[in-house]
Ligand binder design. Structure first.
Ligand SMILES: NC(=O)c1ccc[n+]([C@@H]2O[C@H](COP(=O)([O-])OP(=O)(O)OC[C@H]3O[C@@H](n4cnc5c(N)ncnc54)[C@H](O)[C@@H]3O)[C@@H](O)[C@H]2O)c1
Length: 378
């Protein structure tokens, strides 16, 4: 039986997610169910129609109910600005649809809690699009950490830097508005890093954050001459304390000159270390003190490391950003089909929003702030 998909939001991510729906059945023909790309909804009709036409969705609409409540939709995929995730996700959950929601789960913690509660009450399968933790080298890092390859983690560091917003002429979009995005670079990019930190080292229990806004006003999207206020961060530095006793830091920024897209992490343990850079996405670097050699060994990730997660049977051909979405959506689709694979859950999304809320409170107070964690969901 085909899984019938409805898409909420027809912008940038609509393309990445559509790519994933098209590619997933090619890579996992026995595990990914047949798919029908039924309907795309956007508040902007032109945008919805253009997306349907170009990306190959059967219909376009401006009526959310025609996706979130429709009898001919089984899976709802939410790729709107952050403040609009809740309306679509809660409606989809209430109507028993499976759900994919982009990250961060919501623009603020109360909204994330409401989404998580709705998903929990409905008992549906739901995933949050933390695509980087799905990455083969990151999965390998997780496996090595579980096996104790670096001993006990002492320090975690991660960064996610872009340069596109260094351009002061870049128009103001929802990403620069706290009411819609919730936070700036620390929410947009930092939510991925928080998820990586949780995935690799465990829960973050306290944070101390410093944020900066370099471009306080930006032109509007129209030709009008006025400049509009930016009320989110362009950059953030965050110190972390983990439940396991490790410490760490995050560095985010989208106005970081020289950094097109650069993210990576390292984990320093008492018996070794490992590190990863997105600029060399097929390599994971490992140091084991017991080997008696200084420095790092570069492990080229291949099918022998990652089992069924490989897109191609030939190691080292290289994969890219779009593939991260293929891996994530394919895992959800395989789970829907009863295959036992892990997907980043709404609880993972909620945990990241809890840390983000502490980060914003800390940046405002200039002090350490504990992370308030709700009870685990079902
Ligand atoms: N996982 C990742 O790596 C990744 C990368 C980029 C963006 N994102 C996330 O994806 C989401 C969308 O980002 P984007 O870059 O595609 O944004 P975008 O601005 O390109 O597109 C958003 C679309 O949603 C539409 N929209 C706005 N409000 C709506 C509503 N209430 N109902 C229906 N449609 C609505 C807009 O008209 C627009 O077409 C955000 O949550 C963002 O954080 C995730």
């Amino acid at each position: 039986l085909a899984v019938r998909v409805g898409l909420v939001g027809a912008g940038f991510m609509a393309k990445a997610h559509t790519l994933a729906y098209r590619a997933a059945p090619l890579f996992w023909p026995d595990e990914v169910p047949a798919l029908e790309l039924v309907r795309v909804v956007d508040v902007d009709r032109v945008q919805a129609e253009r997306a349907a036409d170009r990306l190959g969705w059967r219909e376009a609409t401006t009526d959310l109910a025609a996706v979130a409540q429709a009898d001919d939709v089984d899976l709802v995929d939410v790729v709107t600005p952050n403040d609009a995730h809740e309306e679509a996700a809660v409606a989809a959950a209430a109507h028993g649809k499976a759900l994919v929601c982009e990250k961060p789960l919501a623009h603020d913690l109360p909204s994330a809690r409401r989404i998580a509660a709705a998903v929990d009450a409905a008992g549906i399968l739901a995933a949050v699009s933390f695509v980087y933790r799905q990455w083969p080298a990151v999965q390998l890092a997780r496996r090595l950490l579980d096996e104790g390859a670096v001993g006990r983690p002492r320090r975690f560091g991660a960064h996610f830097l872009h340069d596109y917003a260094a351009d002061e002429a870049l128009p103001l979009t929802w990403r620069f508005q706290r009411e819609r995005a919730g936070a700036g670079s620390v929410g947009d990019l930092g939510s991925h890093l928080i998820d990586l930190a949780h995935h690799l080292v465990g829960p973050i229990v306290a944070v101390h954050a410093l944020t900066a806004t370099y471009v306080p006003e930006r032109p509007g999207a129209t030709a009008a001459p006025e400049r509009l206020p930016v009320n989110v961060d362009d950059a953030a530095d965050v110190l972390l304390r983990f439940a396991c006793g490790a410490t760490g830091h995050l560095r985010t920024g989208w106005a970081a000159r020289g950094h097109r897209t650069q993210w990576g992490f390292d984990v320093l343990g008492d018996e070794g270390a490992l590190r990863f850079s997105w600029e060399r996405p097929a390599l994971l670097e490992l140091h084991r003190a017991r080997d008696g050699r200084g420095g790092f060994e570069a492990i080229a990730v291949g099918p022998e490391h990652i089992g069924d997660e490989a897109l191609w049977p030939v190691a080292g051909q290289g994969s890219g950003w779009g593939d991260a979405f293929v891996l994530t959506i394919a895992r959800l689709l395989r789970r829907l089909n009863g295959v036992d694979v892990e997907v980043p859950s709404v609880t993972d999304g909620l945990r990241a929003n809890e840390v983000l809320a502490a980060v914003l409170a800390s940046a405002e107070a200039g002090a350490w702030v504990p992370v308030t964690t709700g009870p685990p969901l079902r």
